[in-house]
Design a protein around this ligand. Structure first.
Ligand code: IPE
Ligand code: IPE
Ligand code: MG
Length: 253
């Protein structure tokens, strides 16, 4: 979480271990706009442009999975016009993302509860997943109407229902089994979590999956985030010693 001291020798990206899965909490759009005397919506618009750029950078750097928290189950509490503007941006960027994902061999997945969105948006999300499911490059996962507690609650509901119908037995419920009922089934846990804009909290993001992730928080506001900031986070990740509860360090990869 600390900052690099001025003058410190920076290793080249080629010398760094690139985390396989990077998760990011894209925070600070509102503050970015406020600093400029603009409406919050303008921060979200710039934030989307930044995200588009970062998806390309992450794929180039060699990140295998990139998960971004774009809209939480709690974000519906925001003023109606802000939520409306965010939905318009999702609509627009879902189309652009499909084109870019096709061109760049990116597989796209959504986590969260999609049925609260309007039918056209649900169809756009389904299409994104369907059309890119066989792509073999980076997997880009976007968390919208996502809340970890909601995800776990939905998983428990399905597990209980499967137990009742006899397709699952309580004795066979292992950690792997629970993970397979989450929206992130089949996706390895994140290695590195980045949160922009300085808040030291998870805000209901991937509570199960982040059990052993390394955390990196930067004061940089999301719309200002860029490739250099991402590389800086990876540099910090490389200095961490991961032990997973043991006594010896597990090499970063
Ligand atoms: C993150 O930026 C985007 C969403 C949560 C949709 P914010 O809108 O939370 O920005 P701040 O935290 O108010 O600066
Ligand atoms: C977390 O940011 C959710 C997303 C970035 C989508 P918030 O801005 O909603 O989080 P809090 O309210 O500061 O915890
Ligand atoms: Mg915020």
């Amino acid at each position: 979480m600390g900052k690099t001291t001025a003058g410190e020798q920076q290793p080249d990206l080629r010398e760094l271990a690139v985390p396989a899965h990077v998760a990011m909490i894209l925070d600070g759009n509102g503050r970015w706009a406020k600093k400029r005397g603009l409406p919050r919506q303008m921060g979200h618009k710039k934030g989307c442009e930044t995200l588009e750029q970062i998806i390309g950078d992450a794929a180039e750097i060699g990140i295998r999975y990139l998960t971004v928290y774009a809209f939480s189950t709690e974000n519906w509490r925001r003023p109606e016009d802000e939520v409306g503007a965010l939905m318009q941006l999702f609509r627009y960027y879902a189309k652009r993302l499909l084109k870019r994902a096709r061109e760049n061999n990116i597989r796209v997945k959504m986590i969260g509860e999609r049925h609260r969105f309007s039918p056209d948006l649900v169809e756009a999300i389904n299409m994104l997943e369907r059309e890119t499911k066989d792509n073999t490059g980076m997997t880009f996962i976007f968390a919208v109407n996502y809340g970890s507690r909601d995800e776990i609650t939905r998983a428990v509901r399905r597990m209980v229902s499967d137990c009742q119908s006899g397709t699952l037995s309580p004795a066979s419920i292992t950690e792997e089994c629970v993970a397979s009922y989450l929206d992130t089934a089949g996706i390895p846990d994140p290695d590195l979590l980045i949160r922009t804009s300085g808040e030291l909290r998870l805000s209901n993001f991937l509570l199960w999956q982040l059990a052993y992730a390394e955390f990196y928080v930067t004061d940089c506001l999301w719309p200002d985030f860029n490739r250099e900031e991402l590389v800086e986070a990876i540099r910090h990740y490389n200095k961490r010693e991961r032990r997973f509860g043991g006594v010896t360090a597990v090499p970063n990869k």
